[in-house]
Design a binder for this molecule. Structure first.
Ligand code: UT7
Length: 331
C-alpha cells in the first residue's frame, strides 16, 4: 500500500580536480586517442588524488545536493544510502563515514553494492521508505573512486574509468507536487557474475602477497561480453517500468543511461526510438564513473537548463552482478 509519493527534490555532484585526457593515457599505456574515442566516446575523466576517498567525494556531492534543495537542512535527513563498489574501506560503509562528515547521528546509513546500477538501487530503496511513510527525507549517493582499483597493465579496462560522485535528496511529495518518482524496477541476473569483479580482497580470496603481485585487487572485466548484455537488459527493464505505469516511449522527455560506452548509449536510444537530443550524454567529459554516472549527468543537465521541473526523465543502468534497473520520474 502506497501511503505517500516520493520525489527527487534536488541533486548535486562533485568530480575531483585532476583531469586525465586520452593523450595523457597515450603516455601511460599502449593506447590511442582514436581507439578510445571510436570505441567508447570518452575523451577525458577526473582522477581523485592520493588524499581523496569515496566518502570525501560523496560529502561534497551531498553538500551540493543539500545546498540545491530549498527545503532540506542537514538535520532533516533521516537515512543515508550510498551506492558504491569503491568505498573508503571494505568496512565500515562509506555511508557511515559520510554520516559523520555531515555531522549527523542516530540515522541509518548503509552502502549498496550493485556496481554501476548502484544509484538506481539507492533510489528504489529510498522510494519504498518514503512511500510507506517511515521516512520523509533521504540522502542517496552514487560515488566511485575506481581509478584506485585499476589494473594499469590491462588496457581494455584502465582507459575507461573516472572518479566522481552524485547525490540526491529524495523527499515525500506533497499532494500538489508536480515532481514524483513514477516507477522503478531493480533486478539482477547473476548467471554470468564472473564477467565483472574484483577477484581478491574478500572472503573468497583474502589479500596476500600473491594476490597483490597478480593484480587481483583491481577491476577485472570481460568488456565485450558485458557489452552484449547491456542494451538488452536496459531496454527490457525500461519497457517493464513504462508499461507498468501505462506510459509510452513518446512520453519521455529525457533519457539518462549509464555512461559506459557511447555505442551502448546509441544502440539503446535506437531501440527506445529516442532522438539523440533527448539523451543526456556526459561520457566524453567524465568517462565511466560507475554508480555516479547517472546523478552526475542529471545534475549537469539541470545546470545546463535542459531538464526542467515537470519533465519526464528515464534513468537506466546495468553493472556488476550483473545488475540492472530503471527509474521513471517526473522531475
Ligand atoms: O560500466 C560497467 C559495465 N561495463 C561496460 O559496460 C563495458 C562494456 N564494454 C565496452 O564498453 C567495450 O567492450 C570496451 C570499450 C571495454 C572494449 O571495446 P570492444 O570494442 O569490445 O573491444 P575488444 O575488447 O573486443 O578489443 C578489440 C581490440 C583488441 O585488439 P585485437 O585483438 O582486435 O587486435 C584489443 O586488444 O582492441 C584492442 N584494445 C585496445 N586498443 C587500444 C583493447 N583496449 C584497447 C585500448 N587501446 N585501450
Amino acid at each position: 500500500m502506497i501511503k505517500y509519493r516520493a520525489k527527487i527534490d534536488s541533486l548535486g555532484n562533485y568530480v575531483p580536480k585532476k583531469i586525465v585526457n586520452n593523450f595523457d593515457l597515450e603516455k601511460m599505456v599502449d593506447t590511442s586517442d582514436e581507439w578510445i574515442r571510436v570505441r567508447t566516446g570518452m575523451f577525458e575523466r577526473h582522477f581523485a588524488d592520493e588524499t581523496e576517498a569515496a566518502s570525501d567525494l560523496a560529502y561534497k556531492a551531498a553538500e551540493n545536493a543539500i545546498y540545491n534543495s530549498n527545503t532540506t537542512r542537514h538535520k532533516d535527513i533521516q537515512m543515508i544510502i550510498v551506492g558504491t563498489i569503491s568505498a573508503d574501506h571494505p568496512f565500515p560503509s562509506a555511508a557511515c563515514i559520510l554520516q559523520n562528515k555531515l555531522g549527523l547521528k542516530d540515522i541509518p546509513a548503509f552502502d549498496i553494492s550493485a556496481g554501476c546500477t548502484g544509484f538506481i538501487y539507492t533510489i528504489d530503496i529510498a522510494k519504498q521508505y518514503i512511500e510507506n511513510g517511515i521516512c520523509d527525507t533521504i540522502l542517496v549517493v552514487g560515488v566511485e573512486v575506481l581509478t584506485k582499483l585499476i589494473n594499469w597493465t590491462d588496457r581494455g579496462t584502465c582507459v575507461l574509468f573516472g572518479d566522481g560522485a552524485g547525490a540526491a535528496i529524495i523527499k515525500r511529495a506533497e499532494s500538489n507536487d508536480i515532481s514524483q518518482i513514477i516507477g522503478s524496477k531493480i533486478t539482477a541476473d547473476a548467471s554470468e557474475w564472473e564477467l565483472l569483479q574484483q577477484k581478491a580482497g574478500g572472503s573468497r580470496l583474502p589479500a596476500s602477497h600473491e594476490t597483490v603481485d597478480q593484480n587481483l585487487h583491481t577491476v577485472y572485466m570481460e568488456g565485450n561480453k558485458i557489452f552484449k548484455h547491456a542494451v538488452k537488459s536496459m531496454y527490457n527493464v525500461t519497457m517493464d517500468v513504462i508499461k507498468e505505469h501505462n506510459m509510452s516511449l513518446k512520453d519521455i522527455d529525457w533519457i539518462i543511461p549509464h555512461q559506459a560506452n557511447m555505442r551502448i548509449i546509441e544502440s539503446l536510444a535506437d531501440r527506445l526510438k529516442a532522438p539523440k537530443e533527448k539523451v543526456v550524454v556526459t561520457i566524453e567529459r567524465f568517462g565511466n564513473t560507475s554508480s555516479s554516472t547517472i546523478p552526475i549527468a542529471m545534475t549537469e543537465a539541470i545546470k545546463a537548463n535542459q531538464i526542467k521541473r515537470g519533465d519526464i526523465v528515464l534513468l537506466t543502468a546495468f553493472g556488476a552482478g550483473l545488475t540492472y534497473g530503471s527509474t521513471l520520474i517526473r522531475y
